[in-house]
Design a protein around this ligand. Structure first.
Ligand code: CDP
Ligand code: MG
Length: 834
């Protein structure tokens, strides 16, 4: 109880403190107008003292003069030789022909929906058209345009491109802002940001004061943030009649957005693309000569048998690509193929399927085809890395003087990003291995060949069992078409779909919107912190409303972790959590880490969990890599502590200029560790700004008490992600309340143990992939679970006991009951003695 009270007092004290100089929370009423301090989130750029709003006559004059200067600069640049070249390019884009129509529609309607082929100039041109027409002095001087992107990388790369087109550096009239990073100056009139950033701005600035245009890009992707933003904006529009909203979409289902906004006008930018020759799996096999002779002589019956054997062999393989092929074969109706194709299908070498097929197609392109870059769509980051490794060993594809293999995914470094857009030297073939990020938001100009594996790693959410699932699933027809379209931008292209035609025919038309297939906790928290009323009522106004059960699960979760009170109002903790740019559970760890002066290791854990795992697990050296990781755990049953130690070791090695060797020997990704390092710093600054951290004592308790406190805080964050441990003869059996038997991912340090000497594991994430798997776990003791698991305040001491009683019964852990009774007796005595 004392513990809980202490946490609460801390939070309350800091939340209700009057705004001081810098970095305090706005006051408790949470009305934007009365808060004079800046909000302590990563979006520090949206400070209240933002100079851009023309609040007075003098200010207006100043801004007008500045706009004139900007316009003159721009004119000078456009007349320079380089500027002229770019102007010429810009005029050649399909969007240019529609420029006047677009600007007209936008000035005459509050909402406009724009669609057009990828690459026609929506993202880079339209915001510029608005900027140019507004900055023009005759139209009045002031504009502030916000253009949202679903991903960090597109916000960054697009803003860079637009600044370059205007002959400026980033941060002049064009800027960007993504989580914990940004470039924006006083003159910035056009800001590219992630959708999440705009949502956070709405937290402090409900009416988007001073913003003249909001452009929501890539709405066809139907991300959860975009769907959410649309509800909020729809409510806002009547209060801000002069605000303009532009929705931009790549594919042609613009109607639903238009009707959502009461029949808003739609403008389609007709684009020109060259024809793309389409090869489905059956032709791919023929074109690339992918055939084995081994089974050629077998008679019809024998061939049928060979085919079955191959399928079995395929099943044994775990590579997602192999499963693509397996599914493809599965779905391929045998009778539909010509005899020849049937043969080649059957005569595939099952041992080298998957990546080898891609390798073969790439080889075919590199040796037999005309020049042009190749874009390969793969399922995820792991696949991309694994394939890249395999290609490195190939005599042709691994030869850097002939082939340049690059990766393109959401979390790559920006130096690598630039290479993707650059044209390689003559004679070198550029191959980009990409996730679906290259489908619409990133345009690589010189692509002539596309290889499409047909799958995307999609989260889905099983509301009934309250379990998120992550499985590679087939893409939609719209996505396949989109991928194909990437090949025909500069000349006629070729697209190799690595699945048969009949599988394509079975694809859904569009992908299911994210809001219908993900857990909704963060979203619900945001709804509450934006004071949007009842969660379910609000969500019922979405473009497509999520299932009531999913909403309920999310609300229940937020109550369990103490972010929402019983009546669904935001608690003090909830308000703090809504302001941190991480998932609620990670935010809770950060806050507790600060309160208990245990910040150092918790910062590492949280940053690690929100970037990605720095432990590398290369296919062929899995054993070695796993034991390297196990060394960091030193038999203390925690992936999180292993991460903390690995990070510390790296920091020490860095100090000796030995970071790379250290990473190499321990199978760690230096790049990821660097990202963790920078995120840690930013989280620390953020927490410091909230006033919860005293720099001198921030880590005072971290290494006392045998790391029990670290475990405790990890437990407080991850609860109710908890499973019981039952040590059997030579194995460990794990159970959760909802799923029964569960398994650990093989790269967890706990997966190697034959016995776990903790009665419980808390885990970061569970994912259903056939069985339910737990990722990243930490062993905790009974008393830690009692004191830090769940919210004693919510249940009251007795309620808490009852809830834990549920666990006790379920898992039959009498020891816990005993510990609890003892603890309760001690507490009672303490209270009586005051
Ligand atoms: O948004 P949309 O897909 O309609 O096209 P965009 O991103 O505005 O790109 C328009 C054109 O700008 C592309 O066709 C590319 O030729 C060019 N572009 C580029 O060269 N480099 C970039 N980083 C972005 C765009
Ligand atoms: Mg675009």
């Amino acid at each position: 109880l004392g513990l809980q009270r202490r946490v609460d007092t801390h939070l309350r004290e800091y939340l209700y403190r009057k705004p001081m100089n810098k970095g305090t929370f706005p006051d408790a009423t949470f009305s934007r107008s009365s808060s004079s301090g800046s909000i302590a989130t990563d979006e520090g750029l949206f400070e209240q003292q933002e100079p851009l709003i023309p609040t007075s006559v003098v200010m207006e004059k100043v801004l007008r003069r500045r706009s004139l200067q900007l316009r003159n600069q721009q004119q000078a640049w456009q007349e320079s030789p380089e500027g002229q070249k770019i102007q010429e390019f810009r005029r050649s884009l399909p969007a240019y022909k529609e420029r006047d129509a677009l600007l007209n529609a936008i000035s005459q309607n509050q909402v406009v929906v724009i669609s057009g082929e990828t690459g026609c100039g929506k993202t880079t041109q339209l915001p510029q058209y608005i900027l140019e027409s507004e900055i023009d002095a005759s139209r009045g001087a002031f504009c502030s345009i916000i253009c949202t992107q679903p991903r960090r990388i597109s916000a960054m790369s697009v803003s860079e491109r637009v600044a370059a087109e205007r002959g400026e550096k980033l941060g002049e009239s064009v800027g960007y802002k993504v989580r914990l990073e940004g470039m924006k100056g006083r003159d910035t009139r056009l800001l590219f940001c992630t959708t999440g950033i705009l949502l956070r701005r709405l937290l402090v600035d409900r009416n988007l004061k001073g913003v003249t245009h909001v452009i929501v890009d890539e709405i066809h992707e139907r991300g959860i943030n975009e769907d959410f933003l649309l509800i909020v904006l729809k409510d806002l529009l009547p209060h801000r009649p002069e605000l303009r909203l532009v929705l931009m979409s790549a594919t042609l289902n613009a109607e639903i957005f238009s009707s959502y906004f009461g029949g808003a006008p739609m403008i389609h930018i007709p684009g020109f693309t060259y024809p793309v020759r389409t090869h489905f799996l059956e032709n791919v096999l023929e074109t690339t000569g992918y055939r084995l002779t081994q089974y050629n002589q077998i008679d019809d019956y024998g061939q049928e048998k060979a085919w079955k054997m191959q399928k079995q062999a395929l099943r044994k393989r775990k590579s997602p690509i192999a499963s693509v092929v397996e599914d493809a074969l599965e779905a391929a109706d045998f009778r539909e193929y010509s005899l020849r194709t049937r043969e080649s299908l059957r005569c595939w070498n099952p041992d080298s399927l998957g990546f080898n097929l891609i390798e073969n197609v790439l080889c075919h392109i590199c040796t037999k085809e005309r020049p042009g870059a190749v874009l390969v769509f793969m399922t995820g980051w792991d696949d991309i890395n694994a394939l890249r490794e395999q290609l490195q060993a190939h005599p042709l594809l691994g030869d850097p003087s002939r082939v340049l293999v690059l990766a393109c995914h959401g979390s790559m470094a920006s130096s690598e990003q630039r290479l993707i857009f650059e044209k390689p030297e003559d004679g070198i073939r550029k191959i980009v291995l990409a996730t679906n990020i290259a489908e619409t938001s990133i345009t690589i100009d010189d692509v002539v060949f596309v290889v499409d594996c047909g799958k995307v790693k999609e989260t889905s959410y099983d509301a009934l069992n309250n379990t998120p699932c992550l499985l590679p699933s087939w893409i939609s027809k719209a996505a396949a078409q989109q991928r194909r379209g990437r090949a025909g931008r500069i000349q006629p292209g070729d697209c190799y779909h690595l699945y048969p035609r009949c599988v394509y025919d079975s694809f859904a038309d569009y992908q299911m919107p994210e809001i219908l297939r993900t857990p909704l906790q963060s979203l619900c928290l945001q709804i509450k912190s934006l004071q949007l009323g009842s969660i379910s009522e609000f969500l019922s106004r979405a473009l497509q409303s999520p299932e009531p059960l999913s909403v309920q699960n999310a609300i229940e979760y937020l109550k369990i972790i103490g972010a929402l009170a019983e009546n669904e109002n935001l608690t003090v903790l909830g308000r703090h959590l809504s302001m941190l740019p991480v998932e609620p559970k990670l935010g809770k760890m950060l806050i507790l880490g600060a309160i208990f002066n245990c910040l150092e290791p918790i910062l590492t854990v949280v940053s690690g969990l929100s970037v990605r795992d720095p432990f590398l697990m290369p296919f062929d050296k899995k054993e070695l890599a796993e034991s390297a990781k196990a060394q960091f755990s030193a038999q203390d049953y925690s992936d999180h502590l292993a991460l903390v130690r690995a990070y510390q070791g790296w920091k020490d090695a860095e100090r000796e200029q030995d970071g790379y060797r250290y990473c190499w020997e321990n199978f760690l990704s230096a790049q990821t560790l660097k990202a963790i390092d920078s995120l840690r710093k930013q989280f620390f600054t953020l927490l410091k700004d909230t006033g919860l951290v005293d720099e001198k004592t921030a880590t005072y308790n971290a290494w006392n008490h045998d790391e029990h406190l670290i475990r405790a805080i990890i437990c407080a964050g991850l609860y109710p992600g908890i499973c019981s441990v039952l040590n059997k003869e030579k194995s460990v059996s794990l159970k959760t309340m909802e799923d029964g038997q569960v398994l650990l991912y093989s790269n967890s340090v706990n997966a190697r143990e034959l016995k776990i000497s903790y009665p419980w594991l808390v885990f970061n994430e569970k994912v259903k992939v056939n069985s339910v798997f737990l990722r990243d776990s930490t062993g905790i003791s009974d008393s830690v679970l009692l004191l830090f698991g769940g919210d004693i305040c919510r249940e009251g001491l007795d309620g808490h006991l009852k809830m834990l009683g549920g666990y006790l019964e379920f898992f039959m852990k009498p020891a816990l009951a005993e510990t609890y009774t003892n603890l309760k007796r001690e507490l009672d005595e303490l209270i009586q003695n005051k």
